[in-house]
Write a protein that binds this ligand. Sequence first.
Ligand SMILES: NC(=O)c1ccc[n+]([C@@H]2O[C@H](COP(=O)([O-])OP(=O)(O)OC[C@H]3O[C@@H](n4cnc5c(N)ncnc54)[C@H](OP(=O)(O)O)[C@@H]3O)[C@@H](O)[C@H]2O)c1
Length: 246
Amino acid sequence: MKTTGNTIFITGGSAGIGLAIAKKLIAEGNHIIINGRNQERLDNALKELPGAVGIQGDFAVEADRIRVAEELKNNHPEVNVIINNAGAAFAYLLSETANAHEKAMTEMNVNYIAIIHFTELMMPHLLQKEAAAVVNVSSLAVYGSHKFLPTYCATKAALHSYTVALRYTYEDQKNVQIYELYPPTVNTEFSAEIGGSNGIPASEVAEELFMGLVKNQFDIPVGEVKKYAAAVGKAMAKLAAQEANS
Ligand SMILES: NC(=O)c1ccc[n+]([C@@H]2O[C@H](COP(=O)([O-])OP(=O)(O)OC[C@H]3O[C@@H](n4cnc5c(N)ncnc54)[C@H](OP(=O)(O)O)[C@@H]3O)[C@@H](O)[C@H]2O)c1
């Protein structure tokens, strides 16, 4: 896709991966709108993002998603790219909690339901644009399960499945592209509880996203996730060949 001159809205753009993406895309000549729950954090991030604006809102809350979508359409009608990045995760052991279902509901709401809802709210607007894109931030977690993230991984697998369905839905509409970004462990506040300090810097994720957008590479595995993506790709190709020969 065209990687300059866009107006790009990033949920959870005031820290971590979202902030790194905002910095990279500003440097490449795009107008950026970031979001986050905490206004002070948003204001601090904006100091590092020349020309960017912020829209406060909690994407776990349906009314906030509706308000933010309306604000974008009314006050920033030029918005043509949305990056669904805000996420939630609980690190815990199933054997040591009595409320796994509540944690799962919170994670599923932010990582999956909120993205479906917000995309639904924005899609009619995006479809009117000459060129538009949706970027969903999933994870290495798409490829497996994790003892200490027992319910988070399933939410990212669900997001992956939805993203593929969204891509199929709009594949004839050449003006809207659907991307999925798969970060490995990244050194952010989000991953601190699960050894994230050994992860890659968020700036590396932003660079890989940018290269993926340049190449119209709709699935963008980052770092070690490339190994998993390649293994799954090979297995699928083998299955397809077996099917063709049977
Ligand atoms: N870090 C990793 O190792 C890793 C790996 C794979 C995938 N990911 C995915 O990458 C995404 C970003 O993670 P990160 O590591 O960059 O997190 P982070 O450093 O904790 O930053 C999270 C950002 O999202 C905002 N946010 C959190 N909940 C929100 C909500 N309900 N509504 C609106 N904004 C919200 C935060 O600001 P406020 O707190 O002010 O709201 C902040 O700007 C997530 O979807 C995560 O699942 C992360």
